[in-house]
Design a protein around this ligand. Structure first.
Ligand code: PLP
Length: 428
């Protein structure tokens, strides 16, 4: 295992033997970089260097780091009340946030269930969909149809609806619930194939689950809004619920506040997390339409949605989310996303000329350079860190999902560094 050096901060040296990193082979993983502060799109390292963050800390910090309005809201909430349990007690931040999310989402998506992480919000959506049918006396509808290339989380229920090859299906075969995984209906042939798949499982399926517009962690693959209209059509044809996982796409990332509003498709359930608090605190939400909620109304207590995280509706996190929504109201975030789309388009286009690049694509504030084979990610990342850039490529995908507020010269610097690094032979 690598070890910190004597120049590293004491807390890092003392804590390193006790920390288990995400998605890391701990025997060979590079040491993480000790960070002492953030500001805007900048990450300040313990050794005094500064990195420009090209991925907004896993797509969360949509307003940049340390936005004073969010900081002030969290500080005020901390003084008043950091947290109370959501069972039996109510507080203003969560109730205001629920009403605001309901107002922003299309149609009658109006009932908000709060959790603390994206994966759990997807699990709640799956539970809602399955129990929706149980409550209607259709016990057999227990499966979820999801798509190749999808990513919905790392918990056991969500792993089962991720891409079967990139996800952890093979490793956990026999442990994961068996779900129905299909290809996105990208054309008419795709629609008829999907219709056949659904028809074959018509009595087992509860819902269709999709990341609208962009399959994020599965490979940053885009699809047209027509795909979402087709899914709505098929869900209606077979009476299935349609779930949009907007954990990545929500809050301006694809150029609209939500992919569902941009596409003009109203799903039955939506999940939100990542940028919900502007990258400040963990929070997620599962939002259901009225008819979904009403299927749980009964004199029978068994029909209630049986879920309730301890930190449900955490007041600090909800205060941060309300402040983040204020910023979407007051500041031109969607215009900024459109500006980023243009800048990403021309800034990444030199990559098209590079030999190993198979695709360069942009959707909203997402810029992707897809390479033909697995590159040496560690070498690439080291090159970029040396140029003062923080990105986290995976497999053959190099991407940028910066804060919507990133300065043009900062984004420019990131893109130039990527173009230069990809020209380097040492990456092969
Ligand atoms: C990140 C992500 C999740 C999982 O969220 P966590 O907070 O990491 O559990 C689920 N779905 C999508 C689309 C995501 O991008």
């Amino acid at each position: 295992m690598p070890a910190p050096g004597v120049a590293d901060p004491d807390w890092f040296q003392a804590g390193w033997p006790h920390v288990w990193l995400p998605y890391a082979q701990m025997k060979t993983a590079a040491l993480p970089l000790p960070v002492t502060g953030t500001q805007g799109s900048r990450i300040r390292l313990a050794d005094g260097r500064e990195l420009i963050d090209g991925i907004a800390s896993w797509w969360t910090a949509c307003h940049g780091y340390n936005h004073p309005h969010i900081a002030e809201a969290v500080r005020a909430q901390l003084e008043a009340m950091p947290h109370v349990m959501f069972g039996g007690l109510a507080h203003e931040q969560a109730y205001r946030l629920a009403a605001r999310l309901a107002a922003l989402l299309p149609g009658d998506l109006e009932r908000v269930f709060f959790t603390e992480s994206g994966s759990v919000s997807v699990e709640v959506a799956m539970k809602m969909a399955i129990q929706f049918w149980m409550n209607r006396g259709e016990e057999g509808r227990r499966k979820i149809l999801s798509f190749r290339g999808g990513y919905h989380g790392d918990t056991f229920a969500t792993m089962a609806v991720c891409d079967p090859e990139e996800g952890m299906h093979a490793m956990f075969a026999g442990v994961l619930a068996e779900q129905v995984i299909a290809d996105l209906p990208r054309d008419e042939a795709g629609v008829s194939a999907l219709r056949d798949t659904i028809a074959a499982h018509r009595h087992d399926l509860a819902a269709i689950l999709v990341e609208p517009r962009v399959q994020g962690a599965g490979g940053m693959v885009f699809h047209q809004d027509a795909v979402l209209h087709r899914l709505r059509g098929l869900a209606d044809e077979f009476g299935l619920l349609l779930i949009f996982d907007e954990i990545f796409t929500g809050f301006g990332r694809t150029g609209d506040l939500f992919a569902c509003t941009g596409a003009g498709v109203v799903p039955d359930i939506v999940t939100l997390s990542k940028a919900l608090t502007g990258g400040t605190l963990p929070l997620a939400a599962t939002i259901a339409r009225r008819h979904v909620f009403e299927a749980f109304l009964s004199d029978d207590p068994q029909r209630a949605l049986m879920h309730g995280p301890t930190y449900m509706g955490n007041a600090l996190a909800c205060a941060a989310a309300n402040a983040s929504l204020d910023l979407f109201e007051r500041e031109p975030r969607l215009e900024q996303a459109a500006g980023l789309a243009e800048q990403l388009e021309w800034g990444l286009s030199p990559c098209r000329e590079l030999p190993r690049v198979v695709d360069v694509r942009v959707r909203g504030a997402i810029g992707v350079v897809e390479l033909d084979a697995s590159i040496n990610l560690q070498v690439l990342q080291d090159r970029l860190i040396a140029r003062g850039c923080w990105i986290r490529p995976f497999r053959n995908i190099v991407y940028l999902t910066p804060a919507l507020t990133i300065a043009p010269d900062e984004l420019d610097h990131l893109m130039r560094a990527i173009v230069e690094a990809l020209q380097d032979q040492a990456l092969r």
